[in-house]
Design a protein. Structure first.
Length: 425
């Protein structure tokens, strides 16, 4: 149904817009709280079907209660560049969020989605949880603050986090979440290692669950920090490889420049010699008009000079061939060194893989110890609660017999019998 709506919207838009016109190069478009009409906002959302430049669109406090919201839902799956979409306080309702949830699995570029201030029910929350459970790889931030989510809706969204490994920030501030949502979030975060920011202020979640959630978020942050050196190491290896290639190319270019300069010098010398020979020939020609024998002698001298030049040319050619052979031998040596470095890189990668395997085993053992410690802590908390109840019952029993004791809890109110003796006369 969503794809059919996309095709219909695209056909209508193609008939009314000249696709040959040059589109604007806008990257960010902010239309929050500007009094735009429903028709105007619909035109903007229709333009997303063919726009390949816009990366962020903010439509906060724009009314989306009519059926035109389907134009935005239909344009999201086919837009290749939109990364951030904000629909805060747009009065989407349960139906609008359901339509948006149907399109989210097909959005391969959307990374940030804000639905703050839109009230929706359990069905829409379950749909969002299902989208999160499908593991949409592009979505990194989801804002559901002030949406009046019930505890059941929170449980549905938290259930979707169990199989999601891409969401990094989830904001659920100022809702009606309780212990059920807290327990579901704790269970989801046991396996979810990507989420590092979870906002739960102004809710009724038990402090015990909030503490566990904070501990899991700190664990995810540590895992994220540990993963950074591996990425940096791979990037450094790529840069070093590029640097080696650049050095080889620079050496080749420098050698070519030197050969070019030498060739130009030789060419200039040959041209100068040619000019000198031409001058000499003109002078000799003038002399030959009067003295034929002198011309013949001069001609023999010229032939001898030409023979010398040919000898020089042969020597220069032999020297060039020798330099070419030397360059080929250097190139072969450099290729051998490259192969040695590649072999060393492969050995280093094998060692790194073995180290990661050992690290994974140690991390699994540490997790088992952490689960044992959590179980011991929960049992200690139960014993503490039982002791507190016994102390409360003991205090209540003391208060119940307080009236029967003389003076009660205040010793100054205690009555003592006085002995009265005979009065002196």
């Amino acid at each position: 149904e969503a794809l059919a709506q996309v095709k219909k919207n695209f056909t209508q838009l193609a008939s009314s817009i000249d696709r040959s016109a040059r589109l604007p190069k806008l990257r960010v478009l902010l239309l929050a709280n500007n009094g735009g009409t429903i028709a105007g906002i619909g035109r903007v959302e229709d333009a997303l079907l063919i726009n390949d430049q816009l990366e962020k669109l903010v439509l906060d406090q724009c009314d989306h209660r009519c059926s035109n919201f389907r134009s935005l839902v239909g344009s999201l799956p086919v837009n290749p560049t939109l990364r951030s979409l904000s629909l805060a306080q747009c009065k989407l309702g349960t139906s609008g969020v359901l339509e948006l949830a149907k399109a989210l699995p097909f959005c391969n570029a959307l990374e940030s989605l804000c639905l703050r201030g839109n009230e929706f029910g359990l069905a829409a929350a379950l749909a969002l949880g299902g989208v999160l459970g499908l593991g949409v790889l592009s979505l990194r931030l989801l804002n559901l603050g002030s949406c009046h989510l019930t505890d059941e809706a929170g449980v549905g969204i938290a259930t979707g986090l169990t199989s999601n490994m891409s969401l990094e920030t989830l904001q659920m501030r100022d809702n009606c979440l309780r212990e059920g949502t807290g327990r579901a979030l704790v269970d989801a975060l046991r396996a979810h290692t990507t989420l590092t920011q979870l906002t739960l202020e102004l809710n009724s979640i038990d402090f015990r669950f909030l503490t566990q959630i904070r501990q899991f978020l700190e664990r995810n942050e540590r895992i994220r920090e540990k993963a950074k050196p591996q990425q940096y190491r791979q990037r450094i290896e790529q840069l070093e490889d590029c640097q080696r290639k650049v050095q080889v190319l620079e050496a080749i270019l420098q050698e070519n420049d030197r050969r070019k300069r030498r060739s130009k010098l030789k060419q200039a010398a040959a041209l100068q010699e040619l000019k000198d020979a031409q001058v000499e020939e003109r002078g000799k020609g003038e002399v030959l008009e009067a003295h034929l024998e002198t011309v013949r002698q001069d001609r023999r001298q010229v032939d001898e000079e030409v023979a010398g030049l040919e000898a020089k040319l042969r020597s220069v050619t032999s020297e060039g061939e020798y330099e070419v052979s030397q360059l080929l031998s250097r190139i072969a040596h450099v290729e051998d060194r490259i192969k040695q470095h590649e072999k060393h890189i492969d050995q280093t990668k094998n060692r790194l893989d073995s180290f990661e395997a050992r690290a994974g085993q140690e991390l699994a053992a540490a997790r088992e110890e952490l689960e044992k410690a959590e179980k011991a802590r929960s049992s200690a908390a139960l014993l503490t609660a039982a002791a507190q109840r016994n102390l409360d019952s003991y205090t209540a029993s003391l208060k119940s017999i307080e009236e029967a004791v003389s003076g009660a809890a205040d010793p100054r109110r205690r009555r003592m019998e006085r002995k009265v003796g005979p009065r002196p006369r």
